[in-house]
Ligand binder design. Structure first.
Ligand code: GAP
Length: 515
């Protein structure tokens, strides 16, 4: 099994064992691409959401939040283009009866060429050591040149087939590249067909005449249809933004890679309304601001990169992804789109209601342009877990598994541990916990040896363990153990609140972003 697959399997198992993520309805063998969050998962998820929400609404006094309904008038999805254009190109393998996204099969083939190039470079770097010149090697090594030519040629064909919506060409690429079904190993493919990703249901009883409605595939439309409500009730002046966190639903066909691609997931979206003509400046501003937000978590700057889109969605005039190095390579965590005035214009047309902004500074009415930042909570969750998961050898030959989750996001911030379960140590520990629990999420644990309890807290990513021992009863000090370094220091109980405030409060990381 490839190393990346082994790592992903470890993450999935760890998430289940330590109460982060469970398969949905597991006692009934689960439901594909649907997951439940456990006791630690929900805390991490809430902390991610809090970090995002506060960075949007506290740091920007021109960004307001809303919470719109999942169900919306069906015409919303006609106006947004989702009824006609929210499709994936699908292809079936006749032997395995498995269905795939044609674009994903081709993207995986492109990634294979890229992997081959990287492997050649790795091998050569090992061979030549310090004398290795990567640029020269890329330009001169025949095998690397051949793979690059194949990759570039395929990429060009793929982009043009996508831009032209040419399903026959997508199929032809799969045939020409001799792509096989990962299950049957055969090349017995059907034609490529479009498949709409929206889930539908009915509202109202049949007697009244039920209406077909959709489960929203993005939260953004709830913001667009409330543009005037928020602008008028909040007396907002352009430029301003509306932020929202909520569930979205997509009938994903390629539902693999754990919580990376789910059928029910959560989005954190912000639409920023600007003057027409100023959108590129704001696009650049939000690109940099959002990257700063990610990097401030300290998982490593090299784990993030931008990926500018070559194929733009029907509503966009510029788009980029912020990608994170997932267990299966760099993948999109967040999309930043310049959505033009497409959505507001389209809702104006379909609803017959005027959706314009009167700009007092210009003394003029116009349809604002929009910059969107859109990030999946679940993908962000996966990136944090993947970036944090570490296996470390210990003295004596043991290993520890530790989640080095950024402390401000950690599900449990402090574990309070009495050294032994007697002699009033538990009572003293519980008293400390009673004082700290108003500052952050604390857990008390008195089962097993102290070493085992440290390991348990490492596995859920608890940044600090506070051990209460016999000296505590004498001098009101405790041992504080730091998760990442395993260093221990003796501190007075009275200092604990300051430590918590300094290291665990989201406020400090927000200040760092704004600086
Ligand atoms: N409003 C724009 C929009 O929805 P998108 O690129 O389709 O754009 C935005 O989605 C973000 O939502 C993605 O970057 C990803 O983090 C998350 N996302 C999309 N589909 C997802 C899925 N099936 N499972 C989990 N997260 C998903």
């Amino acid at each position: 099994m490839a190393q990346q697959e082994v790592f992903l399997k470890k993450l999935v198992a760890h998430c289940k064992e330590y109460g982060f993520v469970f398969p949905s309805s597991e006692i009934y063998d689960g439901l594909a691409a649907v997951y439940d969050y456990g006791q630690n998962g929900v805390e991490l998820k809430n902390n991610i959401k809090r970090y995002w929400w506060d960075s949007m609404t506290l740091l920007n006094d021109n960004v307001a939040g809303i919470d719109s309904a999942v169900f919306m008038h069906p015409t919303v999805w006609k106006a947004s283009g989702h009824v006609d254009a929210f499709n994936d190109p699908l292809i079936d393998n006749r032997d395995s009866k498995k269905r795939y996204r044609a674009d994903v099969l081709i993207e995986e083939q492109i990634a294979k060429y890229e992997d081959k190039i990287e492997k050649e470079i790795e091998k050569a770097a090992g061979r030549f050591g310090n004398d290795f010149n990567e640029t020269l090697f890329r330009q001169t090594n025949p095998r690397t040149i051949e793979y690059k030519a194949k990759r570039d040629n395929l990429y060009k064909r793929f982009v043009s087939a996508q831009n032209e919506n040419n399903l026959d060409e997508l199929k032809q690429i799969i045939v020409d590249e001799e792509i096989v079904c990962p299950v049957s190993g055969s090349r017995n493919w059907t034609d490529v067909k479009q498949f709409n990703l929206m889930f539908s249901t009915e509202i109202g009883s049949t007697a009244e005449g039920a209406t077909k409605i959709y489960l929203r595939p993005e939260t953004a439309q709830g913001i667009f249809v409330n543009f005037l409500n928020v602008q008028k009730s909040g007396r907002m002046k352009i430029p301003f933004g509306i932020a929202q966190i909520g569930k979205a639903f997509r009938n994903e066909i390629v539902a693999r890679q754990f919580i990376f691609r789910m059928r029910e997931f959560e989005q954190m979206e912000m639409q920023f309304f600007v003057r027409p003509g100023e959108e590129m400046r704001w696009f650049e501003y939000w690109k940099q601001t959002r990257m700063k937000w990610h990097k401030a978590l300290g998982l490593g700057d090299n784990k993030y990169r931008f990926h500018d889109h070559s194929k733009l969605a029907h509503y966009a005039n510029a788009a980029t992804d912020i990608e994170f190095e997932m267990p299966f390579g760099f993948r999109e965590v967040e999309g930043i789109h310049s959505r033009t005035d497409f959505d507001l214009n389209s809702h104006e047309k379909y609803s017959g209601k005027k959706i314009k902004y009167f700009d007092p500074d210009l003394n003029q009415s116009y349809t604002p342009y929009v910059i969107e930042t859109s990030i999946g909570v679940d993908r962000m969750f996966l990136s944090i877990i993947a970036g944090a998961y570490t296996e470390e050898p210990l003295e004596g030959g043991d290993m520890r598994t530790v989640l080095k989750i950024p402390p401000v996001l950690a599900p449990v911030k402090i574990a309070v541990l009495p050294l032994v379960r007697k002699d009033e140590l538990p009572e003293r520990a519980l008293k400390i916990m009673d004082e700290l629990k108003f500052n952050c999420y604390c857990r008390y644990d008195d089962k097993d040896s102290i070493g085992k309890r440290y390991r348990r807290q490492d596995a859920v990513g608890t940044p600090y363990c506070i051990t209460v021992d016999y000296d505590t009863l004498k001098d009101d000090t405790v041992t504080i153990r730091h998760r990442d370094t395993m260093e221990q220091e003796r501190v007075p109980i009275s200092a604990l609140e300051d430590i918590v405030e300094d290291k665990l409060n989201i406020k400090n990381i927000l200040k760092a972003i704004k600086a």
